[in-house]
Design a binder for this molecule. Structure first.
Ligand SMILES: Cc1ncc(COP(=O)(O)O)c(C=O)c1O
Length: 402
């Protein structure tokens, strides 16, 4: 490791969150965890390994490609593909034991007899207007058609809640009513779906009314409430923490400008530090002149535009800030062992291990603050989901079991 920009992925925090969520489930309810988009940016393989250990029933991905990636290291964990699939995908999904959603994108009549059975969950569009069948009649014709197919098994019926994290629950309640109406109509035809599922993280955190047979959580597993104001979950622990370091500190005189486009003009004498993170790492450019990071225990503002690989911060109020200081981009403050001299003294080959070990050792260090993505994301006019997914391959991920 030469560059000081990296993310720590704390797998014990993931395990902790899973246990916490399992504790919120009504008896017998299954837990599915969404691991699409490389496990919300955390790295799908280590995440799936923890989920398996923690007894998660199923994982979900967005596409066949993502499912096949999991099959390269896990031959049999149950996987549900949440995106729309066509005939080609159905053939491969059956071969690799992947559950798919039945949507109106690919009618059953288009799918040729499959050599291996395919498990399908009928997706009902109850109000999100994204995927699925829009009427109970359409659902009933599909179950009739499925009953004629030995190669296709009805594994469940589901919907996706658009507003389960809202303070006004009327939209979500209507969606659930429509789902139940379809389930009742199926029952009248003598068909009981093996699984009914609707709840995402927000749906789960609402209590057991919407849990049915299975919940599909994503963001809560990775440590964030979908909306901390509406559904506070202080016991969740963020799994990913991102750091960089100061590469330069300079004095800036009043009237001087900072960064591309000269969008920031110093109103007073300032100390400005450059940090080694930019939008090519997934650090949103929209944080220009409005984001914050943490240096030596203090929150400091981004000044000027975020560049592709660097950004500038105002450290005027942190007189001790110096080149080599570790900077919290988001997550828990760095352990006290992370000093510029310790980093320099280690060879590049030893740094990753050192970061992992010292992070784990500092798990119970007192007084470490958190720069939560729940704070950073609104400054970037987005949600933690998007920031996590965008931390890209240029940022090494170091896995820790604290
Ligand atoms: C169909 C479906 N179910 C569940 C989830 C998990 O949602 P969340 O991360 O809000 O828990 C998602 C994520 O977008 C999804 O698309």
């Amino acid at each position: 490791m030469y560059r000081t920009t990296f993310a720590i992925v704390d797998l014990s925090a993931l395990a902790h969150n899973i246990r916490l969520l399992q504790g919120r489930l009504a008896p017998g309810v299954r837990l599915l965890v969404a691991v699409k988009a490389d496990a919300y940016g955390h790295g799908v393989r280590p995440v799936v390994e923890v989920l398996r250990r923690e007894g998660v029933h199923q994982v979900a991905v967005a596409s066949l490609e993502e499912a096949l990636q999991i099959r390269t290291f896990d031959k049999d964990i149950p996987i549900l593909i949440l995106g729309a699939v066509g005939v080609d995908e159905c053939l491969v999904a059956a071969e690799y034991k992947l559950d798919v959603l039945y949507t109106d994108v690919c009618p059953l009549s288009d799918i040729p007899r499959l050599p291996k059975p395919l498990a399908m969950h009928i997706a009902i569009d109850t109000g999100m207007n994204r995927l699925g069948l829009k009427s109970t009649d359409a659902v009933l014709s599909v179950i009739e058609a499925m009953a004629d197919r030995e190669d296709i098994r009805l594994a469940g019926v589901c919907t996706h809640l658009a507003c389960a994290d809202a303070s006004d629950l009327s939209h979500a309640t209507r969606q659930v009513e429509r789902l139940l109406e379809a389930v009742r109509a199926m029952g009248d035809k003598g068909c009981t779906p093996p699984l009914v599922h609707a709840a995402n993280s927000a749906g789960l955190l609402r209590g057991d009314a919407w849990q049915f047979d299975m919940v599909r959580v994503g963001i809560a597993a990775y440590g964030y409430s979908p909306d901390p104001d509406v559904l506070p979950m202080p016991a969740l622990r963020p799994v990913m923490h991102m750091y960089t370091s100061i590469t330069r500190v300079a004095d800036v005189r009043p009237g001087e400008t900072i960064g591309y486009g000269a969008t920031y003009t110093a109103q007073r004498s300032m100390r400005v530090a450059t940090i080694a993170v930019g939008y090519a790492d997934g650090f949103p450019r929209i944080l220009s002149n409005r984001g914050v990071v943490r240096v030596r225990g203090c929150e400091v503002p981004i000044v000027g535009r975020v560049c592709m690989d660097q950004a500038m911060i105002d450290v005027s109020d942190v007189p001790a800030a110096q080149v080599g200081d570790f900077v919290t981009v988001f997550g828990i403050d760095p352990p006290s062992a992370w000093t510029a001299s310790a980093w320099r003294a280690l060879g590049p080959d030893n740094r990753a291990n050192w970061l992992q070990e010292t992070f784990a050792l500092a798990a119970n260090e007192e007084g470490r603050n958190v720069l939560s993505l729940s704070t950073v994301a609104p400054l970037a006019e987005t949600i933690p989901y998007e920031i996590l997914c965008q931390i890209n391959r240029r940022v090494p991920k170091l896995y820790v079991e604290a």
